[in-house]
Design a protein around this ligand. Structure first.
Ligand SMILES: Cc1cc2nc3c(=O)[nH]c(=O)nc-3n(C[C@H](O)[C@H](O)[C@H](O)COP(=O)(O)O)c2cc1C
Length: 421
């Protein structure tokens, strides 16, 4: 089993209660199953008025549990077994009614009884009319659950089933799924580490309309941020121009010019254990940024100057601060790949450099896959096969963990290994 996907093989209980948003729980169930989670649906009687158990059964491959007594199988008390084995309990949608029963510690149905019996983290997505949501009783019940460690997602503001505009819509299934990844990852192998990642491409302004940029999409940096988050790290994502959305649950810092990247990176350095510089930072910028749009005739011969060297400045600061513990760079090269990357590894005092061959159509800028060679200080060069950027990110983080464990010296896993368990 490939462990890149944190949801794979996880035992997830999905409690579905009786609100209009039950139809969205069908999509959530489908997404979790597609992510290869083992999903067991539990439904209240009211939930079954909105959607037949059959729909969830077909989706999850297991009949939903609709009655507490249905779980009793002679030798095993079903809800206790389920509760003990679960990795995560999601309740979506969560009605005001079941919220109140959970807050009171009642155990009168499969969802409430299992919630009391489990020690798995509880992720709830309330959904109801805005007046129900805002009612002091609902808010007090919610605070009780939060105080006991539940993670609450939503509800969102927008158009409600009644036609009214207000807060009460269930959060979209894709977002709940991201939160599930985060909750599952909290105690992961990178928990307690602060990782700062730079991502995307910089833009250097010629005038108010034009800029010098590059082809970086931010996909690699975003994949790293997401994977690090999924493994419990506290992540800062310093991002320039990107064509992808940054992940949820990370601290975002926008930095468009090389100068901004430098400032943001140095500011975060004292609180960074690991820095991964995946952004494509411009080496040159126009000497002058014109205040008004340049005319055609004056565009000839724009003068360029060097931008600040972020990794060099990091190396200098690091010598004073003793932080970060580890710095990883990226090299996008078109020729003399290993020689150029090795030179950068040494000159910037990096522990690791990830080399992209950007001449390949299926690797590097803009695409979802990458083919990289990972070089470390001990002279090891490991080429990974073509893989999804999240898989590349997972492999990089795995090797970072190895370097931290080996105190930056001499750690080298086998050539081209894909991590699995
Ligand atoms: C058409 C209809 C829609 C409802 N939608 C919601 C809702 O979105 N949220 C909610 O908290 N209750 C909603 N209710 C009320 C619940 O169904 C009711 O409180 C029920 O007792 C909840 O039971 P359960 O929490 O055991 O599923 C709705 C009721 C009806 C008839």
């Amino acid at each position: 089993m490939n462990t890149v996907n944190i949801l794979a093989e996880k035992k997830i209980l999905l409690g579905v209660t009786g609100g209009i948003a039950v139809y969205k729980a069908v999509e959530l169930c489908s997404k979790l199953v597609q992510a290869r989670a083992n999903v067991q649906v539990l439904m209240t009687r009211s939930a079954q008025k909105f959607v037949q158990p059959l729909t969830f059964g077909a989706m999850s491959g297991r009949p939903p549990i609709t009655d507490l007594w249905q779980l009793y199988q002679g030798d095993k008390i079903g809800h206790v077994t389920l509760a003990h084995e679960a990795d995560l309990f999601i309740i979506a949608p969560l009605t005001a009614h079941t919220l109140a029963r959970l807050a009171q510690g009642m155990a009168d149905g499969p969802i409430t009884a299992t919630a009391l019996s489990t020690r798995a983290p509880l992720l709830i997505a309330p959904a109801m009319e805005s007046n129900m949501w805002e009612h002091p009783a609902t808010q007090a019940n919610l605070q009780l659950l939060v105080g006991r460690g539940a993670t609450v997602v939503g509800p969102e503001a927008g158009r409600l089933a009644s036609g009214k505009i207000g807060r009460g819509r269930m959060t979209e299934p894709a977002v709940i799924q991201e939160h599930a990844r985060m909750v599952l990852g909290r105690t992961g192998p990178l928990s307690g580490l602060r990782i700062t990642i730079t991502s995307g491409g910089t833009r250097e302004w010629v005038d108010p309309v034009r800029f010098m940029g590059n082809r970086a999409s931010g996909k690699m940096g975003v994949a790293l941020a997401r994977m690090a988050r999924d493994q419990g790290a506290q992540v800062n994502l310093i991002y320039g121009a990107m064509s992808v959305e940054p992940p949820l649950g990370v601290n975002l810092v926008e930095a468009i010019r090389a100068e901004d990247m430098l400032r943001a990176t140095l500011d975060l350095l004292p609180d960074t254990d690991i820095l991964i510089s995946a952004a494509a930072i411009a080496d040159f910028r126009p000497v002058t940024t014109h205040g008004s749009k340049l005319k055609k005739e004056s565009g000839r011969g724009i003068q360029l100057e060097r931008t600040p060297d972020v990794l060099k400045a990091v190396a200098e600061q690091r010598a004073k601060l003793g932080m970060p513990k580890l710095v990883v760079g990226f090299a996008a090269e078109t020729s003399d790949l290993i020689t150029n990357a090795t030179r950068k590894l040494e000159s910037k005092s990096l522990e690791m450099i990830v080399l992209n061959d950007i001449t390949a159509a299926d690797a590097g800028f803009g695409v979802d896959t990458n083919r990289v060679t990972i070089l470390t200080r001990d002279g090891a060069a490991e080429t990974l096969p073509l893989m999804d950027k999240e898989e590349v990110a997972f492999n990089i983080l795995h090797r970072i963990r190895g370097l931290l464990g080996a105190q930056s010296i001499g750690w080298s896993p086998g050539i081209g290994s894909v991590i699995s368990s």
